[in-house]
Design a protein around this ligand. Structure first.
Ligand code: GDP
Length: 491
């Protein structure tokens, strides 16, 4: 370890080992420099390469971002309908849609892609993105300014990259000299739209191929629509692999670093987080987070409840309860004030209150084997997913963040809400497998420990670009996910 690294890693390091930069106005975003104080686990250290790359990228965002002459020029160029031949600055616009977990994963993915390709990242402010997150880059904004022609981007957009590849408007075949045959940048459309939504085609997935990345590098503007964590797919691209290995010597901590760098709750959300934390979590010796992802119409499931209680007790995450007939250790009388008794605080997040009520009741009506105290709480039960309702979004973000502040985490498989929490914490969660209606295979254990804290890339390419190899067997750190077997994750 270098002297610089040791300095950065001292206790109380509120900059996460240099991941964050000093100099932001503290009042404008309390969470940025306070969040480290709420985590018992200090998390992983970023590499020096990542730290210096971030500083260079921040300078790029300032030099080319909204309000600069470079940005005005680029916008004019875009409106002209023609691509710039050798632009000063290149841009990536990330569209924000679907649930909060999805939007966070998409923005993190777009940021990494921007980092790898030296593009300025601009995030579509839809769905309260500006109200939920502080600005990540000093002295500039990552929000796409009003006035940007955000036409509707969808499968039918003529500039959809997959479509332009399919109909031959863009080709990667190599002429003598090694440059793509029709890559004369000025003859290309003003932008390419990368469609990686659920209905993407094989042609859209060419995005994850080397030669296509070379072609894409010629566009001044890219617009990306995805609700996925596409990062494992970027590890499959040869041109990126070496850079990624240098930036992230620990591939299972990619989202951990990106997430802690980018997503700082705004002051209102931070109030929700810290008030809840102090009242319900901070005092406990052990804090356990349980994410129960249910859907508005799914019925209360005693099977799922049983899986949660079995998982937490079998894996030793929470004290075992004894039958009401068994002799129990009684709680210490008030004068002893709980001396020697281990205290556990459990935070449950869910759209429904039922699971929380059952768990709370269980630890009241039954003693724990060693007399330990278990206090169960749940911040909200919103019942439905509300779209475009600020207070709902604030709560969702606060709850994801609270889960990430626990010591042990149980999540529901397939849920991006849980992925974000585990990634921010840098923890491998225990994953409840099976459906929300409780149907797991008969002999399956109630939960299984995830192999890494990384999110799963759900709609990943199934093969390499030559269609010869299974995409989960190309590089050692990219594997199929347990919760979504066709997905890919970094381990
Ligand atoms: P996913 O659908 O599980 O992958 O997670 P998303 O975050 O993308 O979308 C689910 C949305 O439903 C969230 O963003 C919230 O709006 C809402 N939601 C789901 N579970 C919870 C929860 O436990 N607490 C709160 N407050 N909202 C939730």
């Amino acid at each position: 370890r270098t002297a610089m690294a040791s300095l950065r890693q001292g206790p109380g390091d509120n900059l996460h080992g240099g991941l964050l930069v000093e100099g932001f106005d503290q009042e404008s975003c309390h969470s940025r420099y306070q969040s480290a104080m709420y985590r018992r686990n200090p998390g992983r250290q970023p590499s020096e390469h990542l730290v210096s790359k971030l500083r260079r990228h921040e300078a790029l965002q300032r030099r080319c971002g909204p309000g600069t002459a470079a940005y005005s020029d680029a916008l004019e160029q875009l409106k002209s309908g023609k691509n710039a031949a050798s632009p000063e600055c290149k841009y990536l616009v990330s569209i924000s849609y679907r649930g909060l977990g999805n939007r966070i994963l998409a923005a993190a993915s777009a940021f990494l892609y921007a980092l790898l390709t030296d593009r300025v990242l601009l995030v579509d402010p839809s769905n309260d993105m500006g109200e939920l997150f502080c600005e990540p880059f000093p002295n500039t904004s990552w929000l796409l300014p009003p006035g940007f022609p955000l036409w509707s981007f969808n499968q039918d957009t003529p500039e959809r990259y997959g479509r332009m590849r399919e109909n031959g408007v863009l080709r990667t075949d190599v002429s003598n000299g090694g440059s793509p045959a029709n890559s004369k940048a000025a003859d290309m459309p003003a932008f390419a739209y990368i469609h990686l939504d659920w209905n993407q085609t094989d042609h859209d997935q060419l995005f994850f191929c080397d030669e296509d990345q070379r072609l894409l590098s010629n566009f001044q503007w890219l617009v990306m629509r995805t609700d996925s964590y596409i990062v494992p797919g970027l590890f499959l691209v040869d041109t990126f692999r070496q850079k990624l290995a240098t930036l992230f010597p620990e591939p299972d901590a990619v989202f951990h670093h990106l997430g802690r760098y980018l997503f700082h709750p705004t002051n209102h959300v931070w109030g929700l987080v810290t008030r809840y934390y102090s009242a319900h979590l901070g005092w406990a010796q052990r804090r356990v987070g349980i994410q129960v992802r249910v859907f508005p119409r799914s019925p209360e499931s005693p099977e799922l409840l049983e899986r949660i209680t079995k998982c937490t007790q079998k894996e030793g995450l929470l004290p075992r309860v004894v039958d009401t007939e068994e002799p129990a250790v009684t709680a210490a009388p008030p004068t002893g004030a709980g001396r020697g008794v281990k205290s556990n605080a459990v935070v449950i997040t869910s759209l429904k209150a039922w699971y929380y009520e059952q768990m709370k009741g269980m630890y009241w009506e039954n003693a724990t084997a060693g007399g330990e105290v278990v206090v169960v709480s749940q911040p909200s039960h919103e019942e439905y997913q509300h779209y475009g309702v600020k207070s709902h979004e604030y709560k969702a973000w606060a709850e994801i963040y609270l889960l990430s502040l626990t010591d042990l985490l149980v999540t529901t498989g397939k849920s991006t809400f849980g992925y974000v929490a585990q990634g921010l914490a840098g923890m491998r969660p225990w994953v409840l497998l099976g459906q929300a209606n409780g149907t797991a295979g008969n002999n399956r254990p109630p939960c299984s420990r995830d192999v890494s804290p990384e999110p799963c890339f759900h709609i990943a390419p199934l093969h390499d670009c030559k269609r010869r190899r299974d995409s989960g067997k190309i590089v050692p750190h990219v594997r199929h996910c347990e919760d979504v077997p066709t997905g890919l994750k970094l381990v």
